[in-house]
Design a protein around this ligand. Structure first.
Ligand code: 13P
Length: 282
């Protein structure tokens, strides 16, 4: 069932668990995410990046997500991941997205506030929730590249002012995670996360959660309500296809080639739902 992002995030915040937000790019990924959610009785967020929209087209993305959501009884939200323009946000709302992220983290503080305010003004009357980002999360997320040098942690006092002035529904924080594959083990700044939690009342979002050790996620989930996973799905997808074709080099049926990839992604999603505490909450 397709619901507003706010509904899922507020329930998670009140229930003391985090909901996984998994990136979609094609039908098999959507099916893996949605079947995992139904089997785990977990709320779930499916989200589309700039790259996904460019690759599949916004109508396909929205269509796939809506069909999938209608087939299950657990709450599902469709989110724009790292939206970079106001016009794209409007396009997503028109296509039935129930949540949008507007990423103004590269902008100066006041300009970031201004763009989020503008998005909130159009999203809220449409029952669409708004995620914003303060601080700069490092790494590569499709077309968005932030070098280690440019990454900057979120300031708790600024976060309080930002949330108050923008009225955003969720805040992505930079506390040491990065998009993409990690070279070493990421070190998360939990003191900073606790301080942001203490100074704001909004559901918090952890980006770049692929490759973060389970023990660190178990701590983070006490403070954040949404956890983003993309890279671990990509790794499972690519590895399953590579393994399958190695064993069956003459197979040409796309359904047989993609089947194991879907199963591998589903296993990843189910494990994350249990780790985040959202399993059994729908
Ligand atoms: P990963 O690259 O760690 O999976 O992060 C995904 C993400 O944060 C999407 O916004």
């Amino acid at each position: 069932m397709l619901v507003s992002g706010r509904e899922i995030l507020q329930a998670a915040r009140q229930g003391g668990y985090a909901v996984g937000a998994f990136n979609l790019n094609n039908m098999e990924i959507v099916q893996a995410i949605i079947e995992a959610a139904e089997e785990e009785r977990s709320p779930v967020i499916i989200q589309a990046s700039q790259g996904a929209i460019k690759y599949a087209g916004i109508e396909y993305i929205a269509g796939l997500a809506k069909i999938a959501a209608e087939r299950v009884s657990v709450p599902v939200a469709l989110n724009l991941d790292h939206g970079t323009s106001f016009s794209q946000v409007v396009q997503c709302i028109r296509n039935g997205f129930t949540a949008v992220m507007i990423d103004g983290s590269q902008l100066p503080f006041e300009e970031n506030i201004a763009v989020v305010q503008k998005v909130v003004e159009v999203a809220h009357p449409n029952n669409v929730s708004v995620e914003a980002e303060l601080g700069k999360i490092g790494g590569v997320e499709d077309d968005i590249v932030v070098s280690e040098r440019d990454a900057a942690f979120t300031d708790p006092d600024e976060a309080a002012e930002f949330v108050e002035r923008t009225q955003c529904d969720a805040l992505a924080v930079a506390i040491g995670t990065a998009h993409g594959l990690y070279k070493g083990e990421p070190k998360l700044d939990f003191d900073r996360l606790r301080e942001i939690r203490r100074k704001t009342d909004v559901p918090l979002v952890l980006h770049g959660a692929s490759g973060v050790p389970d023990e660190a996620i178990a701590v983070a989930r006490q403070y954040v309500s949404k956890i983003n996973i993309d890279t671990e799905l990509r790794v499972a997808f690519a590895k399953a296809i590579a393994d399958f074709l190695k064993e069956h080099p003459n197979e040409i049926d796309p359904r047989k080639i993609l089947g194991p990839a879907k199963a591998a992604m589903k296993d990843v999603v189910r494990a994350k739902m249990r780790l985040f505490g959202s399993a059994g909450k729908a």
